[in-house]
Ligand binder design. Structure first.
Ligand code: PLP
Length: 447
């Protein structure tokens, strides 16, 4: 991509064919490369760096912990940072007050599924094993989390080596052109879960997993309000656990501590990651109420736990991140800046007719690109519209996020999700560069 790519170690391999410039340092919502270019991070990396880069208090807390110990195996010792972080998280999570730490998002999802399964066995329901998921969706790249990921591009290659779980359509109700109101469509999508449960045999279904606000596969997908409560009712009707994957939507991202907090949906188990480590450390967690955890502990304990679970350095960073989020009132800032972001993106939609939808909550927002905003017909995949927008923005020093998914009905999306410390001027700067990038792509593709 430029001369700096010569510095790239030749034994690394990545998904991207592009050679990227070498990063030098990062601060706030900016990163600088070795050749002195500045990038504004409009997507918090992969929607992870909620606190922004190089927060001095977090770095200080990590240094302090490093001087004490970076590791003490959890089966040999308790450690204070893990205890304190669990207490601080539990205070924010209310009834979901039993916490288990892991090292990332995929593992968090896997551990949620394993806890659910062990709960079923412990409560005399060993016939329950299916976890219904949504198509499209993203829950991770390890086999257990991939099995509930609704993306044929990822599962097709690996399906012989795992049991891909049943899916229901993700609630892309905003696309449907019918005589139903949006709320009626929300109920319709939720009722598809009940139909799937009945088709599978309710006694075989263990859980339903969903991202309360869809992320990597759907681009800030918010279901109609009616969807959330109905999903809870259906799960209750059949004794099925509701797992919320809050890896992307959690930790203040959407203007509430959890994405699901915008509705009254009371999940049984949640996964967290991204924001709790905020790019400082690999960290994830599951949280569940005592009524789920107790039978599992009574039966001999949770059969999960990797070497780095509850690592003291990771947890010390996690604790400082939560404290900084509180001190800087970042959940509130995410709500306020999110409103501004959606308003500004709405302005772009007026300028560019190929923006079919602007959506999201707080600082988890997206635009969807379509051939026709009346019919919501997607643009041809061969245009690679989302990648072109990402590239044009990157050339202009703005980082955005998108993925292509196989399955589902939606078109290309581009997510805008800067760190929660973003200011109003920075939101406007991000949207202005995005506007220039869209202009360039419109010329290139003659949209
Ligand atoms: N779950 C959701 C909702 C995600 O968005 C992601 C990552 O994008 C994951 C799970 C997997 O997290 P990780 O990449 O940390 O394994």
């Amino acid at each position: 991509m430029d001369q700096q790519s010569a510095h790239r170690p030749s034994n690394l391999f990545y998904l991207s064919r592009l050679r990227r410039p070498v990063v030098d340092r990062a601060e706030g919502i900016y990163l600088w490369t070795k050749d002195g270019r500045r990038f504004i991070d409009g997507s918090s990396g992969p929607i992870a760096v909620n606190l922004g880069y190089s927060n001095p208090a977090v770095i200080e807390a990590m240094k302090r912990q490093m001087e004490r110990t970076t590791f003490a195996y959890r089966l040999h010792f308790e450690n204070e940072p893990a205890e304190e972080l669990a207490t601080a998280l539990a205070e924010k999570l209310g009834y979901l007050d039993r916490i288990f730490f892991v090292s990332g998002g995929s593992e968090a999802v896997e551990s949620c599924i394993k806890l659910a399964r062990q709960w079923a066995v412990a409560t005399g329901q060993p016939g329950r094993w299916k976890v219904i998921a949504r198509m499209p969706s993203y829950h991770g790249g390890t086999y257990g989390s991939l099995a509930v990921t609704g993306d044929g591009l990822l599962t097709d290659t690996f399906s012989d080596q795992m049991r891909v779980m049943p899916t229901v359509p993700a609630p892309t109700a905003y696309r449907d052109r019918d005589n139903l109101s949006l709320e009626e469509r929300g109920l319709r999508y939720a009722d598809m879960l009940e139909e799937r449960i009945l088709a599978e045999g309710p006694e075989t279904v263990l859980a339903f997993i969903m991202e309360p606000i869809g992320g990597a596969a759907t681009g800030a997908l918010v279901a109609p309000d009616s969807y959330y409560g109905r999903i809870r009712q259906i799960c209750d009707r059949y004794g099925i656990l509701l797992i919320h994957d809050e890896v992307m939507s959690g930790v203040g991202r959407t203007g509430k501590f959890l994405g699901g907090d915008h509705w009254n949906c009371r999940p049984d188990i949640i996964s967290l990651s991204k924001g709790i480590g905020s790019g400082y450390v690999p960290l994830g967690a599951l949280a569940a109420p005592e009524r789920i955890v107790k039978p599992v502990l009574d039966m001999g304990g949770f059969q999960h736990g990797h070497t780095y679970a509850g690592n003291p350095l990771a947890c010390a960073a996690g604790l400082a991140i939560l404290q900084e989020m509180d001190r800087l009132d970042l959940v509130d800032n995410a709500a306020k800046m999110g409103d501004l972001l959606l308003e500004e993106l709405g302005g772009l939609a007026k300028r560019f007719p190929f923006i079919g939808d602007v959506r999201g909550k707080g600082l988890m927002a997206a635009i969807e690109l379509v051939a026709d905003s009346q019919t919501m017909q997607p643009l041809p995949a061969s245009y690679h519209t989302n990648q072109k927008i990402l590239d044009r923005a990157y050339e202009r020093g703005l980082i955005l996020y998108s993925r292509r998914v196989k399955g589902g009905v939606q078109g290309d999306y581009v997510m805008v999700a800067p760190p929660l410390i973003v200011t109003a001027d920075e939101v406007r700067e991000i949207v202005s560069i995005l506007g220039d990038s869209l202009e360039a792509v419109a010329r290139e593709l003659d949209l």
